[in-house]
Design a protein around this ligand. Structure first.
Ligand code: GLU
Length: 313
């Protein structure tokens, strides 16, 4: 049961019912074949406060691909290896001006660095984990392992890569490939392109539930300490950079509009995940696969906006 420092159960339940019955205006991501065929009716909300108390609604046991929500955790890994200064100079912390995988933004934004949450910057962030003294094969294995284990530490349980989803995305990843080629040409990419593309695509294919996302978010809300396992995963100063990045760039070019209506740091994924961090209070995971025109979960965004209007006790 959740007492202090959370929402009232009934308040979230009302929002759940309201959005569940709302007419669906989004549609599943269609540029990744395996995402297009996911059941569009999946809908779940989970809340985990910093004491580790959890509330779940709807399909909270159903796993979906984490997709871009993984970018938050790979940024955390990169920050455990390198300074904030290095992330800013090598990857960027600027606003995107176009869509989530814009090639034009890579060409036009100053220094060709955008931020760790658009596809280009996220792949550049993953490339920071590449060890140039080792072979591509060794790197691929090591990167896949550390990326998965890190997400498991945040979720507090064993997670799995959906190999079918991975191959489905990898085989159709020409656009991401092109983004990497541009970054390489500007020397804004820090590992072997194919190896990093594979690891990045794999990090996106990790399967999670709304409950996993809530616990992962609660770890950030709790200054980097998982509220269930009590493992300290990131130091405070770096958590601040990550949460700030979410506040600025979490929903691609819907970020500003979202911030104005919620003031919630957030990150989306094209599998339909919305992850919200309320620092010092709680983490929220929402899952609904159909996306709005910005590439963010349509019902997830609507749910978040309503959650911003209920009191925290
Ligand atoms: N794996 C997806 C891609 O690289 C992630 C995009 C997203 O979730 O927004 O296109």
């Amino acid at each position: 049961s959740v007492n202090k420092m959370s929402f009232k159960y009934e308040d979230v339940e009302n929002i759940y019912k309201k959005i569940k019955s709302m007419k669906q205006k989004g549609k599943n991501a269609d540029y990744i074949p395996d995402l297009q065929i996911v059941n569009p009716n999946i809908y779940a909300i989970s809340v985990c406060n910093i004491k580790g108390e959890i509330m779940n609604f709807g399909d909270y046991r159903t796993e979906v691909g984490i997709e871009s929500t993984s970018k938050v955790f790979t940024l955390a890994l990169a920050l455990n290896m390198y300074s904030i200064k290095k992330l800013i100079s090598h990857v960027g912390d600027k606003d995107e001006t176009r869509e989530f995988n814009s090639i034009k933004d890579v060409l036009e934004i100053k220094n060709h660095t955008i931020n760790s949450f658009v596809n280009a910057g996220a792949m550049a962030t993953t490339s920071l984990l590449y060890d140039k003294t080792k072979s591509n094969d060794t790197n691929e294995k090591a990167m896949n392992k550390i990326i998965l284990e890190n997400m498991e530490d945040f979720a507090g349980r064993t997670l799995k890569v959906n190999e079918h989803l991975y191959l489905s995305e990898y085989k159709t990843s020409h656009h991401n490939q092109l983004l990497i080629d541009k970054l390489v040409s500007y020397r804004r990419f820090y590992g072997d392109p194919q190896t990093v593309l594979k690891s990045y695509t794999k990090q996106c294919s990790v399967m999670v539930t709304s409950k996993d996302i809530a616990v992962m978010a609660a770890t950030l809300a709790n200054n980097g300490t998982n509220p269930i396992t009590h493992n300290k995963l990131v130091n405070e100063e770096k958590v601040e950079y990550i949460v700030d990045h979410m506040a600025q760039h979490g929903l691609y070019n819907e970020s500003e509009q979202w911030w104005e209506s919620t003031h919630f740091p957030v990150k989306s994924g094209v599998g339909g995940v919305i992850m919200i961090v309320i620092p010092g209070v709680m983490g929220i995971g929402i899952v609904s696969p159909p996306l709005n025109k910005y590439g963010n979960s349509f019902k997830g965004v609507e749910t978040g906006k309503l959650l911003a209007n209920i009191p925290i006790y």
